[in-house]
Ligand binder design. Structure first.
Ligand SMILES: Nc1ncnc2c1ncn2[C@@H]1O[C@H](COP(=O)(O)OP(=O)(O)O)[C@@H](O)[C@H]1O
Ligand SMILES: O=P(O)(O)OC[C@H](O)CO
Length: 501
């Protein structure tokens, strides 16, 4: 229980492109937000890295800034909730706290060939049974194996117990506690491909398969609950770390999708649709993932997840790669200046394709252009591609037995784009609903931490905080939708298998 006067919750949201800190009060109102982008490192084609020191420095700077701006001292903060880009892998020296290699980001495809081999040797079913995941370089296991096998001396150090592995939650907790705590939560653990989601433990057979020494792994704890205390040096006074959750699971919690059958779609760097399946770990037959949503008081809620690697990042590519727009927000006016793509179709397989295709060798494909095609058509095709990938996820979920959606709850940076949301409603044929708070990832982390320290009373009390900002009704006729989906699937086939193995 919180002490009197400690009424704030600090959410740390470490995303793929930026670190953010958001301060919430006891009514879950946002008191302030600080955000900082950091460097994206692309050492080779298909490789994506972050500097772990930059992840920590931008995150702690944002936390300090948001407290300072709000005039709140660390001693008034009842708890910290951490949420993070998932799967991204950091390995560091336990004594010095120094990483031995850059963070290998979830989008990185360097271990695709190793994953091919594992599948060819027939391990897919056993991996799916234990972890709920498909074998793919997306997850942490092969990234960790790569570090141990390729950084000189790493394997010997790991065997001697000198190295620690962590996803970004673990890296932040380690730094917040000055190395006192080496922890992760069940939702993040479920993305490593080393964690058995049914026995709730690191899986010995998987550790043997990926050749990972057990000593490098963190302890796995509940998503919401007392985890550790931050050192006074971090923010000026010790603060309980009361939650950690993968960002997509946190967003599902922030959208209050607490009951089985409820789903949300987040449009951040990627697009991630999560459907709550309650206490049942539903096995997908359509290449979706079964994952831990959250574990609270030892009770696990499972999700079916569709993960798309390029969501809002497609718009970043229009801005930074092609220079068609100056800011992400400008895409709406450019794409809206034409009534259709006039046949132009973009498959944004820049980092391969995730669910439901899982092709690491697919590459970006732009088809259907004529002499009349303009940058506006390409911009509109980019927005359509985000929505079309989401349609594929919804259809896969329905083939897996999910009830037809009555509406889709959305959030994330790109959900602020009204045209994209209208296109989404049109292509799905169901209303799209955007809540007033689209920072649901941070909100979910704050809820999870606030529940643990008594700032928020109960999950039921959080339900009434969810409010509609905008609702987008479908207007497209079935024939037009059918034709667009057909063209999209033909373009997807052309993008597959393009890169050399
Ligand atoms: N108005 C907009 N229209 C389309 N995309 C946008 C818009 N604003 C932001 N984005 C995209 O959203 C992404 C950022 O969303 P965010 O939720 O902050 O992502 P992350 O947590 O992955 O860093 C970027 O890829 C950006 O290009
Ligand atoms: O950084 P985001 O919000 O795009 O989320 C990344 C996902 O967690 C990757 O699985």
């Amino acid at each position: 229980m919180r002490k009197d006067g400690m009424t704030y919750i600090l959410a740390l949201d470490q995303g793929t492109t930026s670190s953010r800190a958001i301060l919430f009060d006891e009514k879950a109102r946002v008191l302030g937000c600080a955000q900082q982008e950091f460097e994206q490192i692309f050492p080779k084609s298909g490789w994506v890295e972050h500097n772990p020191a930059q992840i920590w420095s931008t995150q702690i700077d944002c936390a300090r800034r948001v407290l300072q701006q709000a005039g709140v001292s660390a001693s008034e903060v009842a708890g910290i909730g951490i949420t993070n880009q998932r799967e991204t892998t950091v390995v560091w020296n336990r004594k010095t706290g120094e990483p031995i290699y850059n963070a290998i980001v979830w989008q990185d495809r360097r271990t695709a060939a190793l994953c091919d081999k594992l599948r060819e040797r027939g391990h897919a079913a056993a991996v799916a049974d234990a972890t709920g995941l498909v074998i793919d370089s997306y997850f942490s296991a092969t990234k960790l194996a790569w570090v141990l096998n390729n950084v000189p001396g790493a394997r010997a150090q790991a065997e001697r117990g000198e190295l620690a592995f962590g996803t970004i939650d673990t890296w932040l907790i380690w730094n917040l506690t000055k190395g006192a705590a080496h922890l992760t939560d069940a939702s993040n653990a479920s993305r490593t491909m080393l964690y058995n989601i049914h026995t709730h433990a690191w899986d010995d057979e998987l550790l043997a398969l990926f050749d990972i020494p057990r000593y490098v792994l963190p302890s796995v704890v509940d998503t919401s609950g007392f985890m550790a205390v931050s050192s006074a040096d971090a923010l000026g006074a010790p603060i309980p770390i009361a939650a950690a959750a993968g960002d997509q699971q946190a967003a599902t919690f922030g959208q209050t999708c607490f009951s089985a059958g409820e789903a949300k779609n987040t449009y951040g760097t990627g697009c991630f649709m999560l459907l709550n399946t309650g206490h049942d770990a539903v096995r997908s037959h359509n290449r979706l993932l079964t994952t831990v949503g959250w574990r609270i008081a030892g009770q696990t809620h499972y999700m079916l997840e569709g993960s798309v690697f390029m969501g809002g990042a497609v718009v970043q590519w229009l801005r930074d790669g092609l220079g068609l727009i100056q800011s992400s927000a400008e895409v709406e006016a450019l794409a809206g200046s034409v009534p259709s793509t006039d046949g132009v179709t973009l498959v944004p397989a820049f980092a391969g394709l995730g669910a439901p295709h899982w092709d690491p060798y697919a590459r970006g494909t732009l088809v259907g252009m004529t002499r009349g095609s303009t940058k506006a058509h390409i911009a509109r095709a980019a927005l359509e591609s985000i929505a079309l990938q989401t349609v594929d996820l919804v259809q896969a979920m329905q083939r897996d037995g999910a009830k037809p959606l009555t509406e889709l709850r959305v959030d994330g940076g790109a959900s602020n784009n009204n045209l994209l949301m209208q296109i989404q409603a049109d292509l799905l044929g169901v209303p799209v609903v955007r809540p007033t708070v689209t920072e649901t990832t941070a909100l979910g982390a704050a809820y999870l931490a606030g529940l643990a320290v008594g700032v928020y009373e109960s999950q039921a009390s959080l339900l009434e905080k969810w409010q509609v900002d905008a609702r987008f009704e479908p207007t497209m006729n079935m024939d037009e939708r059918g034709a667009l989906l057909d063209r999209w699937h033909r373009a997807i086939e052309r993008s597959k298998g393009w890169a050399d193995a």
